[in-house]
Design a protein around this ligand. Structure first.
Ligand code: F6R
Length: 365
C-alpha cells in the first residue's frame, strides 16, 4: 500500500529514518556496538579476521564500496570489493582468515549466490550475509547474518535497502575495529554520530520541494556527471545509477580527482554536474575540482554541508545539508540524490516503480 505517496519509491525514501533506526536496534547502545550485533559466537571470529572480501551487485555493490573505506580506515583490515558476476568467472585468490561478506537486499541474486558457493570451495574463515529478506537462500547459506530492517522494498530502484545496508555495514565495521585497535572514545564518537543519522535524514527529507524544483534543470538533458571523493565516491555512483534506472538519462560517476584524466573533455553547458560535498578532509580538493568544471561552462548542482562555505553563483546551485559526521556522511548524502532522481523521473513521466527492462530480483544470470 502506497498510502499517501504517489509511488512506492517515494514512500520507501521517506521510510528511511524509521528503518535506519530499526536496523540499529538491539545492536548499539548510546555509546557502543553490542557484542551480539553479529550473533553470540562472532567475537572470536572477528578477532581472527585478517581480510574482508565483499561481493554484491548493483546498489548493494555500492554499499560494499562505502564499507571498504570504513573497514580499512577504522579497522585497518584490508578489504576487497567485487561485483559478483566478475568474481565468479575469474580465478581468485582467497587470503587466509578471510571473512566473505555478501550484501544483497533480496538474498536471491543469482550471481551473488554463485560467488558464495564457489568461494566456499576455495575456502575462507566464515561467510557473513547482510540481507533484507529472512529465510532467503543467502541467509540460509551463510554462517553469520545481519538482517537489515528495511521491510519489503517494492520499488525496483533500491533506496531504503541501501541506507540500511550502510547502517549494518558501519555497525559491522565497528565490531571488527574494536578487535583491531579502535579506541573506546572513537567508537563512542561514531556510534553517537550514527544515532544522529535518522534525524539528519529527516532534515534532508524536508528539502523535498527544493530538490523537486532543482530537478527541472535535468529534464531535457541527455548526459549528467556525478562527482564525489573518498567514501562519497560510491554515493556518487549510486546517485548516477538511480538516475539511469528511473529517468533513463545517461549518468556517469567519477571520483572528482579523476576529472582531468579524461571526463573533463565531456563537460559543457549541456551536461549538469552533480556533486556531494560534506565537510571533510577532501573538501578543499573537491572545491578546486568544481572550479575546473565551472571554467568549462558546466552547470553545477552541489549538495553541501551548511558549514562548507560553498557559495551559490551563476551556474552553481547549492543545496545546504545539515552538518554530519564525516563517517556517517555517505548515509545522509545518499538521500538528496534519491529524491533528485525521483523528481526527474516524475517530470519525465516514466514508470518510476517499474522501470523498463529491469526486475526487482535478478534470479537468473
Ligand atoms: C538498483 C537495484 C539493483 C540491485 C541489484 C542487487 O536500484 O535495485 O542494482 O541492487 O540487482 O540486488 P540484491 O541487493 O537483491 O542482491
Amino acid at each position: 500500500d502506497k498510502g499517501e505517496y504517489r509511488h512506492f519509491m517515494l514512500k520507501e525514501i521517506f521510510e528511511q529514518p524509521r528503518v535506519i533506526k530499526a536496523t540499529m536496534e538491539g545492536r548499539v547502545t548510546a555509546k557502543k556496538v553490542l557484542e551480539q550485533a553479529l550473533g553470540t559466537s562472532a567475537g572470536d571470529l572477528l578477532k581472527s579476521v585478517r581480510h574482508v572480501q565483499i561481493i554484491a551487485c548493483g546498489t548493494s555493490y555500492h554499499a560494499g564500496m562505502v564499507a571498504r573505506y570504513w573497514i580499512e580506515d577504522l579497522a585497518g583490515v584490508p578489504c576487497s570489493v567485487e561485483v559478483a558476476s566478475e568474481f565468479r568467472y575469474r580465478k581468485h585468490v582467497i587470503q587466509p582468515d578471510t571473512l566473505f561478506l555478501c550484501i544483497s537486499q533480496s538474498g536471491e541474486t543469482a550471481d551473488t549466490l554463485a560467488a558464495l558457493r564457489q568461494a566456499k570451495k576455495a575456502g575462507f574463515r566464515a561467510a557473513l550475509a547482510i540481507c533484507n529478506v529472512p529465510g532467503s537462500s543467502l541467509v540460509r547459506e551463510s554462517d553469520l547474518v545481519m538482517m537489515t530492517q528495511a521491510g519489503p522494498e517494492i520499488g525496483v530502484a533500491s533506496t531504503k535497502a541501501f541506507t540500511t545496508q550502510l547502517t549494518a555495514l558501519l555497525i559491522f565495521t565497528l565490531a571488527l575495529a574494536r578487535h583491531n585497535g579502535l579506541s573506546e572514545e572513537r567508537e563512542a564518537e561514531i556510534v553517537e554520530a550514527l544515532h544522529r543519522v535518522p534525524g539528519q535524514v529527516e532534515q534532508v527529507l524536508a528539502l523535498d520541494s527544493a530538490i523537486a524544483e532543482m530537478s527541472g534543470a535535468f529534464m531535457d538533458k541527455v548526459h549528467t556527471l556525478f562527482l564525489g571523493r573518498g567514501s562519497l565516491f560510491p554515493v556518487a555512483l549510486e546517485g548516477a545509477l538511480k538516475l539511469k534506472e528511473i529517468s533513463y538519462i545517461h549518468a556517469e560517476a567519477y571520483p572528482a580527482g579523476e576529472l582531468k584524466h579524461g571526463p573533463l573533455a565531456l563537460v559543457d553547458s549541456d551536461m549538469p554536474v552533480v556533486t556531494v560535498a560534506p565537510n571533510n578532509a577532501m573538501l578543499e580538493k573537491l572545491k578546486s575540482n568544481l572550479e575546473e568544471v565551472r571554467a568549462r561552462g558546466g552547470e553545477l548542482f552541489v549538495f553541501a554541508d551548511s558549514q562548507a562555505n560553498v557559495q551559490a553563483e551563476e551556474g552553481l546551485h547549492v543545496l545546504s545539508l545539515p552538518s554530519v559526521h564525516e563517517v556517517t556522511a555517505p548515509i545522509v548524502y545518499t538521500v538528496p540524490l534519491q529524491l533528485l532522481s525521483y523528481h526527474v523521473a516524475v517530470l519525465k513521466g516514466t514508470d518510476v516503480d517499474q522501470p523498463r527492462n529491469l526486475a526487482k530480483s535478478v534470479t537468473v544470470e
